[in-house]
Ligand binder design. Structure first.
Ligand code: NAD
Ligand code: G6P
Ligand code: MN
Length: 471
């Protein structure tokens, strides 16, 4: 077990996911010992709310930790071992545009899939490349672990600009959430298995669930269990839905229905947008999208929680007390922490990131779902594709698990989506309007060039402070 103490910067310090991430860092301080935690954001106000909460928490629970929040790059990025990145280029106002503009044309509005994802992609690629350059200016060897969306497009772009940067990795928590939703049905948990997964980010499939002890593939058993007990599981998933705003509850019910239609693998929930566009479209409207639910839900809850703790000036001895959950054993993992957080709406987001870090610092070779260049992992797909696959994660490298040949149905879907994402990144780098039109038209959710032109026109207007000038 490593005794080194690490320095972490969280970029997107004002993100709704940051408080939860800081709590986890607190709880796992034996397993992942820290000397410094810094928050970095460009929005002082958001970051102050989250940052002040951190001050109270770390002061009470993390002896000797240096902690501050800043909007100054030099203060943020010097002496960093790990940069956790969760920025939203353009903020939530632009998420609102990404989701609402397509609804003007009766088209799915989503932050990562379809035209909204492409609009967000243009902003995110530009800001992420700058951020990585900034971090690298001060900390050459830091691990940069990026969650910022749309991760597939960000990964395609960062691959091109930083081709030899082995410590820059793009990740997503969705495949992990899918495992957490389904493995318990057959009495398993994530740490029991090594999954085989392939796809582009937010468009992929688990094909095998290999038992870490025995090598047995649990996938056929899971698929059979789902098939044999479909009605009962359906009811179980339905019962969990808390109301019409329970986006993830509803998503997982739709996901189960997708598994009945395609009963041979465990898909990503985001495949729903591409395979069931009508159902996905009907879920929201131009007046209400996921943006509204997040603003009223997670953002309100998390910021309220932060403000309440900051105002109280303490957590110990209050209802926010974390004492019973910290100071775990040296080799603790996230399995050792109960999943119930102080505030609602937590998911595997922070846990999954910290699991990756524990595997890196201890050279554990645990599996992680990470975006890497294909280079033969899926033999009949383009070698340059940034695939999301299962990798063994160690101190020096990520070793992808081989997938082999991809079936015709999945191959066709992925090649179409890759062409779209690749064209978008070409368009951004070359400021090329024609390629922008091709990217939008190529997209399975847009398809029609006239629609693509209307969407691009509106997105150019909405993004005039963020998009480059396409010619
Ligand atoms: P949010 O809007 O609540 O927080 C993002 C923060 O980033 C804001 O405080 C904003 O001011 C800041 N920011 C924006 N541009 C910045 C820049 N250039 N440099 C520094 N800070 C910047 O968003 P959120 O809902 O918490 O999500 C954060 C990001 O994480 C989004 O990109 C989201 O899509 C992504 N995310 C990804 C996954 C995944 O599976 N990959 C999961 C959850 C969230
Ligand atoms: C999942 C996805 C992320 C996405 C998030 C959106 O975790 O993997 O990529 O950003 O959901 O969640 P939200 O609650 O903000 O709609
Ligand atoms: Mn994701």
């Amino acid at each position: 077990m490593s005794k080194k103490k690490y320095s972490v910067v969280i970029c997107g310090g004002g993100s709704t996911y940051t408080p939860d991430m800081m709590e986890l860092l607190c709880m796992l301080q034996k397993a992942f010992p820290l000397k410094k935690v810094v928050l970095y954001d460009i929005d002082e106000e958001r970051q102050r709310i989250v940052g002040e909460f951190g001050k109270v928490m770390f002061k009470e629970y993390y002896e000797g930790l240096e902690y501050y929040y800043t909007t100054n790059k030099e203060d943020a990025f010097q002496d960093v071992d790990f940069a956790f990145v969760q920025i939203r280029a353009g903020g939530m106002d632009q998420r609102n545009n990404d989701e609402k503009i397509p609804y003007k044309y009766n088209t799915i509005g989503q932050e990562t899939c379809g035209p909204g994802g492409l609009a967000y992609g243009v902003r995110s690629v530009i800001q992420m490349i700058q951020l990585v350059k900034d971090i690298r200016q001060y900390s050459q060897d830091a691990w940069i672990i990026n969650y910022s969306n749309p991760a597939a497009i960000v990964a395609e772009a960062t691959k091109r600009v930083f081709p030899n940067d082995k410590r820059l990795i793009n990740i997503c928590d969705m495949p992990t959430s899918v495992l957490d939703a389904y493995l318990p049905l057959i009495g398993l948990k994530r740490s029991d298995i090594q999954p085989v997964y392939f796809g582009l980010n937010h468009f992929g499939w688990f094909t095998r669930l290999i038992d870490r002890q025995t090598g047995y593939d649990h996938m056929p058993d899971l698929l059979k269990y789902v098939q044999d007990n479909y009605e009962q599981i359906h009811q179980q998933f339905k019962n969990k839905i808390t109301g019409p705003d329970d986006h993830w509850g509803i998503t997982f019910l739709n996901h189960l229905e997708m598994m009945r239609d395609f009963p041979y693998s465990l898909p990503n929930t985001y495949n729903l947008y591409y395979l069931y566009p009508n159902k996905s479209l009907e879920h929201y409207s131009i007046n209400r999208t996921r943006y509204d639910e997040v603003i009223e839900g997670r953002e309100t809850t998390v910021f309220q929680y932060c403000k309440q703790v900051a105002e109280l000036g303490k957590m110990k001895g209050t209802k926010y007390d974390l004492s019973h959950r910290i100071n775990l054993k040296d080799n603790a993992t996230t399995d050792d922490i109960d999943s119930q957080t102080v505030y609602a709406d937590n998911d595997v987001h922070a846990a999954y990131l910290v699991e990756l870090v524990l595997s890196i610092i201890n050279n554990k070779q645990d599996f992680g779902l990470v975006m890497v260049k294909n280079d033969g992992i899926c033999k009949n797909l383009d070698n340059d594709m940034m695939l999301e696959v299962s990798c063994l994660v160690g101190a020096n490298e990520l070793m992808p698990l081989q997938v082999g040949e991809v079936p015709a149905f999945e191959k066709g879907l992925l090649e179409n989506q890759y062409a779209c994402e690749k064209l978008l990144v070409d368009a951004i780098f070359e400021r090329n309007d024609l390629k922008l039109l091709q990217a939008f038209t190529e997209n399975r959710i847009v398809r029609d060039a006239d629609l693509a032109k209307k969407l691009i026109k509106d997105f150019k207007e909405a993004n005039k402070d963020y998009w480059p000038n396409f010619k």
